[in-house]
Design a protein around this ligand. Structure first.
Ligand code: GCO
Length: 453
């Protein structure tokens, strides 16, 4: 498979604060919803928490050295809101901000460009106590946090992503109860959360633009994407069936489950200024009540659309674009996600054709049950094969003229895979959680070689 990318293509790795940092109460940090949720019995597989995770808070230099030595040119990380503003609003925790100064300066000193994600799910618990994303005040508080970060880093950072995956924040956190804060709200209250997350993007984007015109603003979206295996030039990219459902397209429709928020419910209001015209959606009646002034606040088109793409659903045109049946033994990752490289091609094309904005792959990778082999190394041919296939499709969509700015591998180190715990490893760098030893996997060398061909 050809792996050819446009000149200036951005290569990087990604991480998120709660998944790697540990140090949940150190140096003045306030608790996040994940600090609280993870301690509930049964919340995380194996009964683990993120209290230590990869101990990245204390091992920053070691991790950045590894990244620098591999020559990874860009690092997407998230800032823990309660580490910086312990109560979500009000006094700033200077020690928390100083940690992210060290992250940013440490990147720059090693020739790595820092990309900030403002919200990767660790909401201050103090805000959850006042309603969390059900409350509009959370969106307003988020804009304040965004402004603080934008002002603080504007000389050193030029890429900020507002929200990572509203689909998961609301669906899994407030609908299915699998993620923090572990709620199962009815449909109308779930939509209120959704709308406030949309407002958070809009209000924050405005603040970032006011802070500096030099910022390139992004967001990260996820959701089910469909594709047709035997496609031709004529296959339209923007079939509604290609993205209608999220995560579990073959599940029965259930407004209280997380499967209904898709890319369009996020990107239409943000980029086009209205919720999708989708009468069959369980959210259609909720969206009717939204005011024009709110839609105006939300409509802050980003400079690039970040897509987190892991898998998609093959659709069968002969059967009304229903999901194509899977053969026995279909290739899957350790989390049982199907291996479907074509989704890279179709996902990018579809989103570009609908919104006309540059795309950046802000996450892609594979969960594996990696382990240390007898020779002391971590061999991960599965991951290398998956990356090769998915990047081959990405290369093809670039060749077909879709402006893809770059690709961030998820993740740099192994880390806490949310409610699934620590078994499913996504890193290029293996973490031995017994002693926090880092071992670059074969894929780390492969990825580095790809970047530096
Ligand atoms: C997400 C999150 C990451 C996950 C990764 C693998 O996109 O779900 O951004 O935090 O760990 O995607 O599931």
């Amino acid at each position: 498979m050809k792996l050819e990318f446009p000149k200036g293509f951005i290569w990087g790795c990604a991480s998120a604060s709660y998944q790697i940092e540990g140090a949940p109460a150190e140096d003045g940090k306030g608790p996040s919803i994940w600090d609280v949720f993870s301690h509930k019995p049964g919340a995380i597989a194996g009964g683990f928490t993120g209290d230590v995770a990869c101990d990245a808070y204390h091992r920053l230099d070691e991790d950045l050295d590894l990244m620098g030595n591999l020559g990874i040119p860009n690092y997407r990380f998230s800032i823990s809101w309660p580490r910086v503003i312990p109560q979500g609003t009000g006094p700033v925790n200077e020690a928390g901000l100083a940690y992210y100064d060290r992250v940013v300066d440490g990147c720059l000193a090693r020739g790595i460009t820092p990309w900030i994600t403002l919200y990767h799910w660790d909401l201050p618990q103090a805000l959850q106590d006042k309603g969390g994303w059900e409350s509009r005040e959370t969106a307003e508080a988020f804009a304040g946090f965004a402004r603080l970060i934008a002002d603080h880093f504007r000389e050193r950072v030029h890429h900020i992503m507002t929200i990572n995956e509203p689909q998961i924040i609301v669906g899994l956190g407030y609908g299915a109860g699998l993620h923090a804060p572990g709620l199962k709200l009815p449909a109308d209250r779930l939509f209120a959360c959704w709308h406030n997350v949309m407002l958070a993007h809009g209000l924050a984007s405005k603040e970032i633009r006011l802070s500096s015109p030099d910022y390139r603003i992004g967001l990260s979206s996820t959701g089910a994407l469909g594709y047709i295996a035997d496609h031709t030039e004529e296959t339209p990219a923007d079939l509604p069936e290609f993205s209608f459902h999220t995560l579990k397209p073959d599940e029965p429709a259930d407004p209280s489950s997380y499967c209904w928020f898709n890319h369009h419910w996020f990107l239409d209001p943000v980029c086009l200024g209205h919720y999708p015209d989708d009468p069959d959606s369980p959210w259609a009646s909720c969206a009717e009540g939204v005011s024009q002034s709110d839609l105006d606040l939300i409509c802050q088109p980003p400079d690039f659309i970040g897509m987190n793409i892991y898998n998609g659903t093959e659709l069968d045109p002969q059967r009304g674009y229903a999901p194509a049946p899977k053969y026995p033994g279909y290739p899957r990752t350790s989390l049982k996600w199907p291996v479907t490289p074509e989704v890279m091609y179709w996902g990018c094309r579809q989103i570009y054709e609908r919104y006309g904005l540059p795309i950046c792959i802000t996450e892609n990778g594979q969960g594996c049950h990696d382990r240390i082999f007898l020779d002391g190394k971590v061999h991960d041919p599965d991951r290398i094969d998956l990356l090769h296939r998915y990047l081959g499709e990405l290369s093809a969509v670039c060749a077909d003229g879709v402006p893809v700015l770059g690709y961030f591998h998820w993740s740099f180190t192994d880390n806490l895979e949310w409610h699934s715990g620590y078994d499913d490893r996504f890193g290029l760098i293996y973490v031995d959680y017994r002693d926090q030893r880092r071992i670059p996997k074969d894929s780390a060398r492969w990825y580095s070689d790809l970047i530096h061909r």
